[in-house]
Write a protein that binds this ligand. Structure first.
Ligand SMILES: *[C@@H]1O[C@H](CO)[C@@H](O)[C@H](O)[C@H]1NC(C)=O
Ligand SMILES: *[C@@H]1O[C@H](CO)[C@@H](O)[C@H](O)[C@H]1NC(C)=O
Length: 245
C-alpha cells in the first residue's frame, strides 16, 4: 500500500480502524499532495466545526468555540479579564496556504477567519488619554480578517504495548488581526451610563490598544486547542497506519 497518510492540524488521515471514520487519505505520489490535503480539510469541515469525528471521537468544537478566561495586563494603562467567552464564526475558515515537509515532519498552515464574534463577560481598567475606564459587564467584540499562522511538528512515540503512535508537539501559532475590531461593552464607566457609548467609541478609535495585548494569550489558546484536536484524532494511529509503505 503506497499511501502516505497525513495528519493536518485538523486531522487528515488514514485507512485504519484506529482512526476516526471521517478521516481521509492522500497518496504519497500525488503530485498535488497539498491540494489533496486541502480537499480533505474541505470534506471534513463539518467534523472540524462540530468536533464530532464519528465512532465516538469527540474533540473540542471549533464553532462555537469556548474560551474560559483571557487575561491582559499592560501595567497601569490596561488591565482586563474576559470570562466565559463564546466565539462564533470560525466555521467559515479558509486554509490559504498549506506546506508539508515529511522529512522534517512539519506542516505549516495559514488560516483566515473572515468574521468572528466574541461574546462574554469582562472587566477592565484602562486609560485612554484623559479618560479612565473602569468597566465590568457584558462584552461583544466583532472581528474581521483574523489570520493564524500555524507551525506543526509531529513525531512518533512507542507506547507500553509496543505500538508507535503519532503525536504532536505543542503547535506554534501566530495571530494577525488584519481587519477591523469593534467592541461593545456594557457598564464601561461604572455608574456613568450616559458616557458608555462615548467610552466604547474611544476604545473603537484605537482598538489595537487592547487587541495587541490579546495576541500572546490568544496564540496560546489556539496552540493548546489545535494541539489537543490533532493529538485526539491521532492518538490511536500507529506509525504503519499513519504512514504505510
Ligand atoms: C466504527 O468502528 C468499528 C470498529 O471499531 C467499525 O467496524 C465501523 O465500521 C466504524 N464505523 C464507521 C462509520 O466507520
Ligand atoms: C451594544 O450592546 C447593547 C446590548 O448589550 C445594545 O443594546 C447596543 O445597541 C449595542 N450597541 C452597538 C453600537 O452595537
Amino acid at each position: 500500500m503506497n499511501r502516505l497518510v497525513f495528519v493536518l492540524l485538523f486531522g487528515l488521515s488514514a485507512v485504519s480502524c484506529y482512526l476516526p471514520p471521517t478521516i481521509n487519505v492522500c497518496n504519497r505520489n500525488d503530485p498535488n499532495l497539498e491540494k489533496c490535503m486541502l480537499n480533505v480539510v474541505e470534506k471534513m469541515r463539518s467534523n472540524i466545526v462540530s468536533g464530532d469525528y464519528g465512532n465516538g471521537t469527540k474533540l473540542p468544537s471549533l464553532d462555537p468555540l469556548f474560551m474560559d478566561r483571557l487575561d491582559i495586563d499592560d501595567g497601569e494603562n490596561l488591565r482586563a479579564t474576559y470570562l466565559d467567552t463564546v466565539i462564533t464564526g470560525a466555521r467559515n475558515f479558509h486554509v490559504d496556504k498549506l506546506h508539508v515537509n515529511t522529512e522534517s515532519k512539519t506542516i505549516n498552515l495559514l488560516i483566515t477567519l473572515d468574521n468572528l464574534r466574541l461574546k462574554g463577560k469582562y472587566n477592565i481598567n484602562m486609560r485612554i488619554g484623559l479618560l479612565l475606564i473602569d468597566g465590568d459587564g457584558d462584552s461583544v467584540l466583532d472581528l474581521t480578517d483574523v489570520k493564524l499562522l500555524v507551525k506543526i511538528n509531529y513525531f512518533f512515540v512507542e507506547n507500553s504495548n509496543g505500538r508507535k503512535t503519532m503525536q504532536f508537539h505543542p503547535m506554534d501559532v501566530k495571530i494577525k488581526y488584519a481587519g477591523t475590531a469593534k467592541f461593545n461593552m456594557t457598564n464601561l464607566l461604572k455608574g456613568r451610563p450616559q458616557l458608555e457609548q462615548a467610552a466604547n467609541d474611544a476604545i473603537n478609535e484605537a482598538p489595537e490598544l487592547i487587541m495587541d495585548r490579546t495576541k500572546a494569550p490568544v496564540e496560546q489558546f489556539f496552540s493548546k486547542l489545535f494541539t489537543t484536536i490533532a493529538n485526539g484524532l491521532m492518538k490511536e494511529a500507529d506509525e504503519n497506519e499513519a504512514f504505510p509503505l
